[in-house]
Design a protein around this ligand. Structure first.
Ligand SMILES: Nc1ncnc2c1ncn2[C@@H]1O[C@H](COP(=O)(O)OP(=O)(O)OP(=O)(O)O)[C@@H](O)[C@H]1O
Ligand SMILES: [Mg+2]
Length: 264
């Protein structure tokens, strides 16, 4: 579903602030793969997602989604294939618009612009049904402004909006990191439900190694702009955090042990 072939990305090339963020990275995701991504600060995780989403062009390499070469596509064109949720609950939804209006916009992502922007009764029924699935009571609040919601409610709504147009790929960049632990857990289990129900191909960045092991069917570890490990389902099932630590240490040296990744 996603085929990344030898992509590289250097920021500020040929200057003193030059930074190689991705170096010759290849990654293939089969339809329905749910891959968790871990790695320390600056490892290149977000850059990988940004390159897939088209936020930044790659310097080299090729990216395909569902067999289509999208390497040269601008971000807005890729958006019809990709749903994204970021760390900041304030992003991804429009605070001064109603829940219903936000959902209406999300449901039209990737479709032709239409003159009919108001929702029909049938649309509203669908929104209510989708919101009820979040189990946050939002189904009775279609007309509430999104700015009134809590961070967790807002992230759950963003997740719903990112997935309601059935994207070919779901990109989650630490989407629960700004939430308190209990709310984070709730949004993560919602994530698991939605991904499973729609069989979404998903990349999920997390700083929490327990979550990286608990969720998804595959785990990749990035370091220094490269993929250090790609752990398949069978192996992942039997791993514990301490096994991951040992693997990292062996591959990347003790430098990694002091990394903030390990504090989570
Ligand atoms: N827009 C940018 N301009 C310049 N340098 C950038 C830019 N985005 C990322 N970088 C640099 O590229 C490297 C990889 O950054 P990236 O954001 O991908 O890391 P990350 O793995 O997501 O880290 P974190 O866990 O802190 O989010 C870092 O050294 C970062 O400073
Ligand atoms: Mg990041």
């Amino acid at each position: 579903m996603l085929r990344i072939e030898k992509i590289s990305k250097t920021f500020n090339p040929n200057t003193i602030t030059e930074k190689i963020a991705l170096s010759d990275v290849s990654l293939h995701l089969a339809p329905g793969d749910f891959v968790t991504v871990i790695g320390g600060n600056g490892a290149g995780k977000s850059t990988l997602m940004n390159c897939v989403a088209g936020t930044y062009p790659v310097d080299e390499g090729r990216i395909e989604i569902a067999g289509t070469d999208i390497t040269k596509w601008p971000e807005h064109r890729r958006a019809k294939y990709i749903g994204r949720v970021f760390q900041d609950p304030m992003m991804g939804t429009a605070a001064n618009m109603q829940i219903e209006e936000n959902l209406a916009i999300a449901s039209r992502r990737g479709k032709r612009p239409t003159l009919r922007w108001s929702s029909t009764a049938r649309d509203r029924d669908r929104y209510r049904e989708l919101l009820a699935g979040l189990r946050l009571g939002l189904e009775d609040r279609l007309e509430s402004k999104v700015g009134l919601l809590s961070g967790g409610q807002r992230q759950a709504l963003t997740l719903l909006m990112a997935t309601m147009a059935e994207p070919k790929l779901l990109l989650l960049d630490e989407h629960t990191a700004a939430l308190d632990p209990k709310t984070a857990e709730k949004v993560l289990s919602l994530t698991r439900e939605i991904v499973a129900r729609q069989r979404l191909t998903t990349l999920m960045i997390t700083h929490n190694m327990r979550d990286a092991l608990k969720f998804g069917n595959r785990l990749i570890m990035m370091y220094g702009g490269k993929i250090l490990f790609d752990i398949p389902e069978e192996k992942k099932k039997h791993l514990e955090v301490k096994d991951l630590l040992a693997m990292f240490e062996q591959a990347a040296g003790s430098e990694l042990v002091s990394d903030s990744l390990l504090l989570s």
